[in-house]
Design a protein around this ligand. Structure first.
Ligand SMILES: C[S@@+](CC[C@H](N)C(=O)[O-])C[C@H]1O[C@@H](n2cnc3c(N)ncnc32)[C@H](O)[C@@H]1O
Length: 389
């Protein structure tokens, strides 16, 4: 969409058109709606309104009810932080003593909105004029304070008393960019900012070695999805490594981690640590929490004799051990009348889909099987998921 079209969409005629499209969605086919509206409106404006209504629907899962009032481009919506995570960050920022933020490269305002909603004094800078206009319109549409300007992050000097937030673009014309060298603004600028009063959103796969000294890396999962690593600059850091599990909001750091754990046999319960915990290198903290042990020093399964409900790991009751070898396993599963098999595996080279195909189970019962290494040898267990706390 052209900036000029977006500006017309914000004007009264565009707003009436948008309301018409929103009210007609689902009642009229896109073709019939487009044909009807193009009789009285400019086709570019009609296309813009139809696109917005479509993107608002798509954005609902990520941004909740607020999405129905917001403006997006397809790519900027893809890049926007989901509301549960941006709200968590904004509240953390306040808890760490920040009161004002400059969001460098704010896109359509996913994080910007969360900062403002939390009561932080909010200012956004965005290279792309259309995205900047949308971010501003989104703040206004949601009745939030703040301002946005078109500009380059590189030309925006940090202001004392204002925290800088940066969520670098990690995509180019060909897709995701995994090397920090390809991020915009670039990694050199991000690390220079982190030396002071700054926060950076990065991808969850970021290597520990890239996290600068004195900076805190917070791996965040939401509803079981590992979504990001948030880097807290030297003036805001309160730990070195942190795992945060949303929506519980529970958090673990290296201070909760003895750093080592016993390696032992499979007990009555098996725990699968949350991916944020694994990426933060805090699996042994789950051993401490559950009174458990590792099955293998290099595999992220913890086992214990008692059930401890924790947001940091999914618990499974160990029902039985079954043979690891395929032929004997097939016999054991058929004898139990298993038809639907969920296969979980760690430290074992096997494709669950192919194994399931080869087992050709036709029974009537569901089962969950864990394949892993214990003391260097492959073992198979039938388990039952314990409902989440
Ligand atoms: C990952 S997106 C930000 C998404 C945002 N945090 C949200 O939740 O909606 C990164 C943004 O940075 C902008 N950008 C890239 N390079 C920039 C630069 N040098 N100066 C300012 N903005 C830049 C891009 O246009 C893009 O909108």
């Amino acid at each position: 969409m052209e900036l000029e079209t977006f500006e017309r969409l914000l004007a009264p005629i565009g707003q009436a058109l948008l309301a018409d499209v929103a009210a007609s969605a689902g009642n009229e086919s896109d073709l019939a709606l487009g044909t009807r509206l193009r009789r009285t409106h400019d086709p570019a404006l009609v296309a813009a309104a139809v696109t917005q209504v479509h993107l608002r629907g798509k954005a609902r899962t990520k941004l909740g009810a607020a999405a129905a009032l917001m403006y997006f481009t397809h790519d900027a919506l893809e890049q926007a932080t989901r509301a549960s995570v941006s709200d968590h960050r904004a509240h953390q920022l306040l808890a760490r003593g920040a009161a004002a933020v400059t969001d460098l490269g704010c896109g359509i305002g996913g994080d910007l909105i969360a900062f403002s909603r939390a009561g932080v004094d909010t200012y956004g800078v965005e290279l792309d004029p259309l995205r900047a206009a949308m971010a501003m319109a989104n703040l206004r549409a949601l009745g939030l304070a703040g301002s946005v300007e078109v500009g380059r992050a590189e030309d925006t000097a940090p202001v004392p008393g204002r925290t800088t937030f940066v969520d670098p673009a990690r995509r180019d014309g060909r897709g995701r960019v995994f090397q920090v060298g390809g991020w915009r603004p670039d990694w050199g600028m991000v690390t220079a900012l982190l030396d002071g009063d700054a926060v950076a959103k990065t991808m969850p796969g970021i290597a520990h070695a890239l996290v600068p000294p004195g900076v805190e890396a917070e791996w965040v999962s939401d509803g079981g999805d590992l979504v990001e690593a948030c880097l807290w600059g030297r003036l805001l850091a309160s730990a070195r490594r942190r795992a945060t599990v949303l929506p519980a909001g529970a958090t673990l750091t290296e201070a909760d981690d003895p750093g080592d754990a016993a390696v032992g046999s499979v007990g009555a319960y098996l725990y699968e640590p949350d991916d944020a915990v694994i990426r933060a290198g805090l699996v042994t903290a789950v051993c401490a929490l559950t009174g458990g042990r590792l099955l293998d020093r290099h595999i992220a399964y913890v086992s214990a004799d008692v059930l401890v409900r924790t947001p940091f790991a999914r618990a499974f009751a160990v029902v039985d051990e079954v043979p690891y070898r395929e032929k004997a396993l097939r016999g054991a599963l058929r004898a139990r009348d298993v038809g639907t098999l969920t296969i979980k595996k760690r430290g074992i080279q096997v494709s669950p889909e192919q194994l399931r195909g080869r087992l050709a189970l036709r029974g009537s019962r569901p089962a969950t099987q864990v394949l892993t290494r214990v003391d260097g040898a492959g073992r198979a267990f039938l388990v039952e998921p314990v409902p989440r706390p």
